[in-house]
Design a protein around this ligand. Structure first.
Ligand code: PXL
Length: 274
C-alpha cells in the first residue's frame, strides 16, 4: 500500500486574500500530500494592504498540538514553517523539529516584502527568526527577508554575482537556500537557489510581470515543499515552483481586482495533480 506523505504546516490562517494556510493547504493537498495545518495565528485577512484586520495569536496552541501528534505516533515527512505571531513560537517550531527528527525542515522566514517589514513583526521576532533559520534544511526568503537575515540594507537591484554571494552567506546559516523575487540589474527578475549539500547552484530568471501580489511567496514555497517531499532535487523543485507561481500570477493579471486580493491560483491548481 502506498502511504500518503504528511507535512506539518506551521503558518497563520488568514481568511481573505489568499496567503499562508489558505494557499498552502490546497497546494500541498493537490500534490498528493496530507497537509496538517498548525495555525500560529488566525486573521480575518492578511496584513499586506488591509487595515483593521482581526488577529488571534495561537501561541498556546502549537505545543499541545505537537504533543498530541507525538502521542498518535504520526510520522511527518516535512515540517514547513512560515509566519510567526510571537517570539515564543520560534521555540515551538524548534521543539517541533526536535520531536520529529526525520522530517525535512523547510523554513520560510516570512517577515516582509518590497523592503518593508510586516506590521506584526518586532525587531525581537526578526532576531529570533535567525535562530530558526539555523536549524533549517531549506529556507525560502524573498529579497527583503534575505536582507533582514544578513543584516544588509534592502537593495533595489542585485547583480547575478551579488546574488550568489548572498546565497552562499545564507547557506552558512541554513543547509540550503532559495532567494525569491530578486530584481536584477538587467531588468529581469530571478529566483536563485544553492543546495548546500551538493553545491548545485540554480538561477531562474524571467521578464517581470507588471504587478506583484501578496501570497506569491507562499505559493512558491508550498510547491517547492511538495516537490522536495516527492524526492526532487532542490533545483528541480525550484524550477517547478517558479513555473507554477509565475503562471498563477499570469492568469490573475487581468482580473481587475486589487492586488491585495491575491493570486487566483485556483484557476490552475489542477496542474499540480498527478
Ligand atoms: O504571505 C505572507 C504572509 C503571511 N501571513 C500574513 C501576512 C502575509 C503577507 O502579507 O500578512 C498574516
Amino acid at each position: 500500500m502506498n502511504r500518503q506523505p504528511i507535512c506539518a504546516a506551521i503558518h497563520d490562517m488568514s481568511g481573505f486574500g489568499r496567503c499562508s494556510l489558505a494557499v498552502i493547504i490546497p497546494v500541498i493537498s493537490a500534490m498528493g500530500i496530507q497537509c496538517v495545518p498548525v495555525p500560529t495565528a488566525v486573521l480575518s485577512t492578511h496584513t499586506g494592504g488591509f487595515t483593521d484586520f482581526v488577529f488571534r495569536d495561537m501561541t498556546d496552541f502549537i505545543n499541545p498540538c505537537r504533543e498530541h501528534y507525538k502521542k498518535l505516533g504520526i510520522k511527518f515527512d516535512a515540517i514547513y514553517s512560515g509566519f510567526l505571531a510571537s517570539e515564543v513560537q520560534v521555540d515551538s517550531c524548534l521543539k517541533f523539529f526536535e520531536a520529529f527528527p526525520d522530517a525535512k525542515r523547510i523554513v520560510d522566514p516570512v517577515m516582509g516584502e518590497d523592503g518593508v517589514k510586516y506590521q506584526t513583526y518586532t525587531p525581537e521576532l526578526v532576531a529570533r527568526m535567525k535562530e530558526l533559520v539555523r536549524k533549517a534544511d531549506v529556507i525560502t526568503p524573498n529579497l527583503t527577508e534575505a536582507s533582514m537575515l544578513l543584516d544588509e540594507k534592502y537593495p533595489e537591484k542585485l547583480s547575478e554575482k551579488e546574488t550568489r554571494g548572498w546565497l552562499e552567506r545564507l547557506c552558512r546559516m541554513a543547509v540550503s537556500a532559495v532567494i525569491t523575487g530578486i530584481p536584477l540589474d538587467n531588468g529581469e527578475h530571478a529566483n536563485v537557489c544553492l543546495d548546500g549539500k551538493t553545491g548545485e547552484y540554480t538561477f531562474i530568471s524571467w521578464e517581470p510581470l507588471p504587478a506583484s501580489f501578496p501570497g506569491t511567496g507562499d505559493i512558491f514555497a508550498s510547491v517547492l515543499t511538495g516537490k522536495l517531499i516527492a524526492g526532487e532535487s532542490l533545483s528541480d523543485a525550484a524550477e517547478a515552483a517558479t513555473d507554477f507561481a509565475h503562471h498563477a500570477v499570469e492568469v490573475t493579471m487581468d482580473n481587475g481586482q486589487p492586488t491585495r486580493n491575491g493570486v487566483e491560483f485556483e484557476r490552475i491548481l489542477s496542474d499540480l495533480i498527478n
